[in-house]
Design a protein around this ligand. Sequence first.
Ligand SMILES: [Zn+2]
Ligand SMILES: [Zn+2]
Length: 179
Amino acid sequence: MRILVVQLTRLGDQELEAVSRTLGECLGSEVVVLPEPHPPPMVFYDWGRMQYRSDRILEWLTRLSHFEGLVLALGDIDTYVPGLNFVFGQADPSSGVAAVYVKRLKTGARSVDTYLERLAKEALHEIGHLLGLGHCKNKSCVMSFSNHVGEVDAKNPLFCDRCVAHLEASGVKTRCVLP
Ligand SMILES: [Zn+2]
Ligand SMILES: [Zn+2]
């Protein structure tokens, strides 16, 4: 499958590589990175909360994109959806558009590698949603829901047997499987 990476803010080569490599290795995806950043319109910014509305960003990307494949937006911004204090990412399977927001993934990261691992996991998690997966109860599985970075660190960039079975049922093969 093809995945278009859209930068909401300009990201570093290491970040783009970590995402591209993980999606390529785990799902055999062909990842295309749009070189020019696409900053989200400020009307999606809540000045009181100092956060963007993630759901609005996804709607905007859906209208913007005519890409035949999945779209993954990445941005160094803080976002929320009504009902949640913040989100690390969000996915809309009906439109094939997802986003990962890295600002909070940097929190307390002891090394660049820790941060890049978190980013890769959350990218794989959101693409997992686009491929029809829900949240998984297995805390080691990449599809488990993370409330804070500690939970991101506790999971692996790998799918559990149940999630693998779901993926295979929809015709997606993965090489990233929990032992
Ligand atoms: Zn999720
Ligand atoms: Zn799972």
